[in-house]
Design a binder for this molecule. Structure first.
Ligand code: NAD
Length: 294
């Protein structure tokens, strides 16, 4: 298939490479010329605008920083929506606000185009390994058309329902992650201050009612879970800046529907403090350092 790929940064580049390796003809555009050059080194053709990358494509994939960038590249004028041929499938894999995802998909629909929001989890290592999880919002038929394309870049591909629901799934999941790492960090800090060995607490709690995915997979104390970032000086993994971005998107979405998310709000506030102290590039589990007063 001919695939236009817009935004070949840390995530987009390895995703585009996996599409090339799966036999697709990929045409890449990025505002950063170095990113386009890297895509070309990985087998893509270069385009000099988002519209040029999309012209004649069967599928267009975007992987951009935020909602504003996505709204810009798709339209309203000289954008992807205006440029592509009828029948082109549009897939935005960026993590963006729910309102922008729904607005751009509605604009695409008005022009007779199918558009999916398909944010990912799995990070750069998942993008490189082709093992990303895609959470997809949009029409069921469009989802089925997208599945083989997404399968070249990911392992788990889930249809979350109507437009925007991929973004909803992503921010709800990451709000759980943000809240639960804070709970785990508080408990392990308290246990240690009271004289309980962290590994002993882990052995008890991971088999008891306090167990949760974050503790079992990303224990924030070193020497417990071998693959956890705490064992490599909190090198990410999933960076604090990304966690804060997702927690803020969750708060923005919660406000839009008057949902009370007090724990999510508290997590966003704590990650803002941690980020402001210069920790954006540490793994999100490093927040235990702030909680422990280090
Ligand atoms: P990045 O900054 O490395 O890449 C984004 C790219 O988009 C950059 O190369 C930038 O030059 C380009 N860009 C920006 N505006 C553009 C425009 N108008 N036209 C063309 N290109 C433009 O970011 P990333 O880490 O690759 O993240 C991309 C998306 O994936 C974000 O929404 C992020 O939240 C999400 N995400 C990232 C990770 C991660 O671990 N990095 C994990 C999951 C999801």
């Amino acid at each position: 298939m001919n695939i236009g790929f817009v935004g070949v940064g840390k995530m987009g580049l390895p995703m585009a490479r996996n599409l090339v390796e799966a036999g697709h003809a990929v045409t890449a555009f990025d505002l950063a010329s170095a990113a386009v050059a890297a895509a070309v080194e990985n087998g893509a053709a270069a385009a000099d605008s988002a519209a040029a990358a999309s012209a004649g494509a069967d599928v267009v994939i975007t992987m951009l920083p935020a909602g504003g960038h996505v709204r810009d590249v798709y339209g309203p004028s000289d954008g992807i929506i205006e440029t592509v041929s009828p029948g082109t499938l549009l897939i935005d894999c960026s993590t963006i606000d729910v309102a922008s995802a729904r607005a751009v998909a509605a604009a695409a629909r008005q022009s007779g185009l199918d558009m999916l929001d398909a944010p990912v989890s799995g990070g750069v290592s998942g993008a490189e390994a082709g093992t990303l999880t895609f959470m997809v919002g949009g029409e069921a038929a469009a989802f089925e058309s997208a599945r083989p394309i997404l399968a070249a870049m990911g392992k788990t591909i889930v249809h979350a329902g109507a437009s925007g629901n991929g973004q909803v799934a992503k921010i709800c999941n990451n709000m759980i992650l943000g809240v639960s790492i804070i709970a785990v960090s508080e408990a392990f800090t308290l246990g240690q201050k009271l004289g309980l060995d962290a590994k002993t607490l882990f052995d008890i709690s991971s088999n008891a009612s306090g167990s949760c995915w974050t503790m079992v997979n990303h224990a924030p104390v070193p020497g417990i879970v071998e693959t956890a970032a705490s064992n490599r000086d909190f090198k990410p993994g999933f960076a604090t800046a990304m966690m804060l971005k997702d927690l803020r998107l969750a708060q923005q979405a919660a406000e839009s529907v008057a949902a009370a998310t007090p724990m999510g709000a508290q997590a966003a506030a704590l990650y803002t403090l941690f980020s402001n102290a210069g920790n954006d590039d540490l793994d999100y589990t490093a927040i235990i350092k702030m909680i422990a007063g280090e």
